[in-house]
Write a protein that binds this ligand. Structure first.
Ligand code: DCS
Length: 481
C-alpha cells in the first residue's frame, strides 16, 4: 500500500529517536493496571498535587479573582477573600492588557518580569535586568527554546550530566544535536568532577563535535545532590575556558533537605567571581512554579534569565518566542506571586508561611524515610536526597535476574521496575531512562507520596525487593557498583 504523507516510515527521524522515560513503558503499564482496578502509586513524575499536596491558599485566591474579575465588583467579595489577595488581584490585572483572556507580550508581562528581576536581585545581591528575563510555559519550554537557538546540527554537542532528566536528551534528539555525556560520581554522592568534563569534551572534539553548551541540574534530578559553591565556580571557569554557554537548571532551588550547602545560584557565583568571568561566561538560568513548595505543575509557569548574551541574540530569542505569541497568562501571575509572596505583616502572611513551611518540612522528613528505607533493603544502596524531589537507589541485580530479564526481552532495570509495579502498584522509572554507567542499575521514585503513607510504601517495597533478591540470588556475579 502507498505510504501516507505522514506515515511512520516518513515521520521525522528525530521524533522517532527521541525517548522520554518519565512517561514511558512503566507509566503505560501502570495506567493499564489502574484501568483494571489496581491501586497505583504514581511516583514516576514529580507532580506533587497529583499525590495529594494541597495548593497554597493565597496564590490560588489571587488567581481565582483574576480569572473571575466580576467577583471583585461583588459587594461580598471581602467576606470570601482577604484584603491583600483582593489588592494583589487588582495589581496583576492592572499589569495585563485585558485580563487573563488577552495574550501578553511574548516575553511575558513586563510588570511580572520586573518582579522576577527584583526577586533575583534580592536572592543573589546582584542586579538583574527584566529585559533579560523571559516568562515561559513551565521551565521545559524555556529549555527547548534555548537549545533550539544553540543547536545548528549534529555537529553541535551539548554536555549533559548522566544520569539526567530526559527533557535534555529528548530535546537534543528532537533538534538533531549531539548529547555529550559527563558522568556524575555515585560514590561521591553524585558529585561532579571537572576532570570528567574535560575528558568528555576532549573525546567529543576528537570526533569532530563542536561542544557549545553545558547543562547543570542543581539540585539534581534524578540524583538529588546539591552543588557546592566551589564546584559551581569550577564549572563556570570551565565554561569560560571552553567557551560554553551554561544552562543552569535551578527548578528545585526551594527543595533543599540539608543545611550544609544551602542553594546558591550559578548567577550569584558568577557575579562573585568578578572579571573576566562575570562578563565573559554566558549563562541561562531556569526556574518554574512546578516545584518547590508550590508544586503547581499543571499551571505551566516558568522563566529564564540570560546573562552575557549579546543584544542581537536576545532579539532573535524574542522573535522565536513570538511565534508562540504569549506564555500562559494565569501562570505568569502565579510566577509573580511565587517571587513576591506575602511579607511579614501582611494579612495572609501567617497562613502562607505555615503552609509553605509545613510542605517543606514534610518533604525533608520524607527524603529521610525513603533513603533509610532503601538502604535497609537487600542489595539496594542509596545516596541521601539532599534536594529536589527524587530518590535514586542503585539496585544490585543478581545474574539470575539479569538472565531472566534477557529472556523476557527487557532491559534489566525495566524488568525489575515492572515486577515491582505488578507486585506493589508502585510506579517508578528505571534508571536506564536517565542514563547510568554500563552494567549498573537504578530506579527513580519521587519522595512525594503522602507522609503518612510512606512507611507502608517502603514496607511493601522492601518485601517485594527482598523476595525478588532471594528468588534470583545465587551469591555470585552481581551487577557492579
Ligand atoms: N528541569 C528539571 C530538572 C525537571 O525535573 C523538570 C520537571 C523540568 C525542568 C520542567 O518542569 P516544568 O516544565 O514543569 O517547569 N521534572 C519532571 C520529572 O522528572 N518529573 O516530573 C516532571
Amino acid at each position: 500500500m502507498a505510504l501516507k504523507a505522514l506515515d511512520y516510515d516518513t515521520l521525522n527521524e528525530n521524533v522517532k529517536k527521541c525517548q522520554y522515560a518519565v512517561r514511558g513503558e512503566l507509566y503505560l503499564r501502570a495506567s493499564e493496571l489502574q484501568k483494571e482496578g489496581k491501586k497505583i502509586i504514581f511516583t514516576n513524575v514529580g507532580n506533587p498535587h497529583a499525590l495529594g499536596q494541597k495548593p497554597l491558599t493565597f496564590p490560588r485566591q489571587v488567581v481565582a479573582l483574576c480569572q473571575a474579575p466580576f467577583l471583585l465588583d461583588d459587594p461580598n467579595v471581602g467576606m470570601l477573600f482577604p484584603a491583600d489577595a483582593i489588592a494583589r488581584a487588582k495589581h496583576y490585572l492592572s499589569l495585563t492588557s485585558g485580563g487573563l483572556g488577552a495574550y501578553s507580550d511574548s516575553r511575558g508581562l513586563p510588570g511580572v518580569r520586573k518582579e522576577v528581576a527584583e526577586f533575583i536581585q534580592r536572592r543573589d545581591g546582584y542586579p538583574s535586568d527584566p529585559e533579560l528575563i523571559f516568562l515561559t510555559d513551565g521551565a521545559s519550554k524555556g529549555v527547548m527554546q534555548i537549545l533550539n537557538c544553540v543547536i545548528r546540527g549534529d555537529g553541535d554537542g551539548i554536555l549533559v550530566p548522566v544520569p539526567q532528566y530526559p527533557l535534555y536528551s529528548a530535546t537534543i534528539s528532537l533538534l538533531g544535536g549531539t548529547l555529550v555525556p559527563y558522568y556524575l560520581d555515585e560514590s561521591q554522592n553524585w558529585g561532579l568532577d571537572v576532570n570528567n568534563l574535560r575528558q568528555s569534551v576532549a573525546q567529543a572534539r576528537s570526533q569532530g563535535i563542536t561542544v557549545r553548551a553545558m547543562v547543570i541540574i542543581n539540585p539534581g534530578n534524578p540524583t538529588g545532590q546539591c552543588l557546592s559553591e566551589a564546584n559551581i565556580r569550577e564549572i563556570l571557569k570551565f565554561c569560560y575556558n571552553e567557551k560554553l554557554v551554561l544552562l543552569g537548571d535551578e527548578v528545585y532551588q526551594q527543595n533543599i533537605y540539608q543545611d550544609e550547602r544551602p542553594f546558591i545560584s550559578s548567577k550569584k557565583v558568577l557575579m562573585e567571581m568578578g572579571s573576566p568571568f562575570s562578563k565573559g561566561v554566558q549563562l541561562v538560568s531556569f526556574h518554574t512554579v512546578s516545584k518547590g513548595y508550590w508544586g503547581e505543575c499543571g499551571q505551566r509557569g516558568g522563566y529564564f534569565e540570560m546573562t552575557n548574551l549579546p543584544p542581537r541574540v536576545v532579539e532573535e530569542i524574542y522573535k522565536v518566542a513570538s511565534i508562540a505569541l504569549s506564555p500562559n497568562v494565569s501562570a505568569q501571575i502565579l510566577m509573580g506571586l511565587m517571587v513576591s509572596p506575602p511579607k511579614p505583616g501582611d494579612i495572609s502572611y501567617d497562613q502562607f508561611a505555615r503552609e509553605s513551611k509545613g510542605i517543606l518540612e514534610s518533604l525533608r522528613r520524607r527524603a529521610r524515610i525513603m533513603t533509610d528505607g532503601f538502604n535497609s533493603c537487600k542489595n539496594v544502596v542509596c545516596n541521601f536526597t539532599e534536594g529536589a524531589m527524587y530518590s535514586f537507589p542503585q539496585i544490585r541485580l543478581p545474574p539470575g535476574a539479569i538472565q531472566a530479564a534477557k529472556q523476557a526481552g527487557k532491559v534489566p532495570d525495566v524488568f525489575y521496575c515492572l515486577k515491582l509495579l505488578e507486585a506493589t502498584g508502585i510506579s517508578t522509572v528505571p534508571g536506564s531512562g536517565f542514563g547510568q554507567k554500563e552494567g549498573v542499575f537504578h530506579l527513580r521514585t519521587t519522595i512525594l507520596p503522602a507522609e503518612e503513607e510512606m512507611p507502608e510504601i517502603m514496607d511493601s517495597f522492601k518485601k517485594f525487593n527482598d523476595e525478588f533478591m532471594t528468588q534470583y540470588d545465587n551469591n555470585v556475579g552481581y551487577s557492579r557498583m
